[in-house]
Ligand binder design. Structure first.
Ligand code: TRH
Length: 386
């Protein structure tokens, strides 16, 4: 059973970040026996190399150098995709020339899934798994939406993630060890930590000035690395960058976070901490609508004052509203205990649903079963009952 995931990196890290997490989780949780093959074809392997240090992007494509990492075969964009059972084009990427034709000549043709971006907006619910015939090869490309509602494919979540999170919190040394690995000094490791992972237009300077006037706190920045700097009561530690496999532990050290894009948004939900999301910037400013849809989803988990505090800070951060950020931060900080309870409740509700890989595996199995008996041998694809 051969899956090929096509990843075209637009910018930043999320395209590669989501595709890698999907590929790795499929390889670990979709057990179709010895013939399972998960292949990730990526057009800018160096971006993946930043996330996955075990992957040597410089060697990809050199002669027959093949990179196998965590059960995933990583290939370059010119990969000759033959005899593929499941084709996943991530975020609607345009498949390399020739792949569309090859797919059309394959018998039976591959199941073709277009893995869409995650959106908190509810319109995705009615579009999930809708097929669209491709004009070149006539094959149905199925739009597969991750999402927050049961009518979608759910969110990427490794089977043992929440148990690992809870074990981390139960271990009195874990946070100190993790922060020490980031280069945080012993005294500063006792402080409550806040991660700020935003886009260049985020008003980080105003946030630092505001935090400097508050209670002692450790601010973690994915820049540098550089020695910690003190600003009033604030310790700012630029830790550089951690491998994607350590990003969850980074979140688990924090009492709160600012995250962005798609993958770190989902990880913050699984960390079940109070957090603010900065959506990926869109030229038509539709990221404001994305944010408002996400803020709407907080309502059932928060009282009116806490929900308003979440809206005020998220909008001030997302819009770069330097004037309102200080007051919005103070208001949010006052609601932190309730924001913590609400974040944990929403996280539990999201975790009660099937993970994206589970939904994807079920969808593929149903499609194969609806085919001719020929595919009976493929029916052994199954998901561990995790
Ligand atoms: O980097 P991003 O802004 O990626 C964006 C979004 O995914 C957006 O939806 C997409 O359209 C655009 O790329 C092209 O944010 P995101 O999605 O959180 O991805 C960041 C990845 O980087 C995520 O997998 C976490 C990882 N990461 C690390 O591995 N180490 C780190 O130190 C940090 C801070 C992040």
């Amino acid at each position: 059973m051969r899956y090929v995931i096509w990843c075209q990196v637009i910018d930043h890290f999320g395209d590669a970040g989501v595709c890698w997490r999907l590929a790795r989780t499929l390889a670990q949780e979709l057990s179709s026996g010895p013939d399972l093959e998960i292949i990730l074809a990526i057009d800018r392997p160096a971006v993946l190399g930043r996330l996955v240090p075990a992957f040597d992007s410089a060697n990809l494509g050199r002669s027959d150098t093949v990179s196998m990492v965590d059960g995933v075969r990583i290939v370059d964009w010119q990969f000759p995709a033959l005899e593929v059972d499941v084709m996943i084009s991530a975020f609607g990427c345009r498949l390399p020339h020739g792949v569309l034709e090859t797919m059309g000549q394959q018998d039976p043709p591959p199941i073709w899934i277009n893995l869409e971006h995650l959106s908190p907006q509810t319109w995705v619910n009615s579009c999930h798994t809708l097929p669209s015939p491709n004009p070149i090869n006539g094959l149905p490309e199925v739009f597969f939406f991750p999402g927050f509602d049961p009518q979608t494919g759910g969110l990427l979540r490794e089977a043992n993630l929440l148990e690992r999170r809870d074990r981390f919190h139960a271990d009195p040394q874990a946070r100190d060890v993790c922060l020490a690995e980031l280069g945080v000094g012993q005294a500063d490791r006792q402080l409550p930590a806040l991660l700020a992972f935003g886009y260049a237009d985020a008003p980080l300077d105003v946030l630092i000035q505001t935090l400097a006037q508050g209670e002692p706190m450790l601010l973690l920045l994915p820049s540098g690395p550089a020695p910690s700097v003190r600003h009033g009561a604030l310790r700012v530690h630029a830790f550089g960058w951690v491998p994607q496999s350590d990003f969850d532990r980074l979140l688990w050290c924090c009492s709160a976070a600012f995250v962005r894009g798609e993958d770190s948004l989902v990880r913050a939900h699984w960390a079940a901490i109070p957090f603010i999301w900065q959506p990926y910037r869109q030229r038509d400013r539709s990221h404001h609508d994305q944010l408002d849809a996400w803020l709407e989803r907080w309502q059932p988990f928060l009282s009116e004052p806490a929900a308003q505090a979440q809206v005020s800070l998220a909008r001030a951060w997302d819009r770069g509203d330097r004037d309102h950020l200080p007051a919005a931060w103070s208001e949010w900080l006052e609601c932190l205990p309730e924001l913590q309870t609400g974040a944990a409740a929403w996280s539990r509700q999201l975790a009660a649903g099937p993970s994206l890989v589970h939904s994807l595996g079920e969808f593929v199995r149903d499609r194969l079963e609806s085919r001719s008996p020929l595919s009976h041998s493929l029916r052994h694809s199954r998901l561990d009952s995790r």
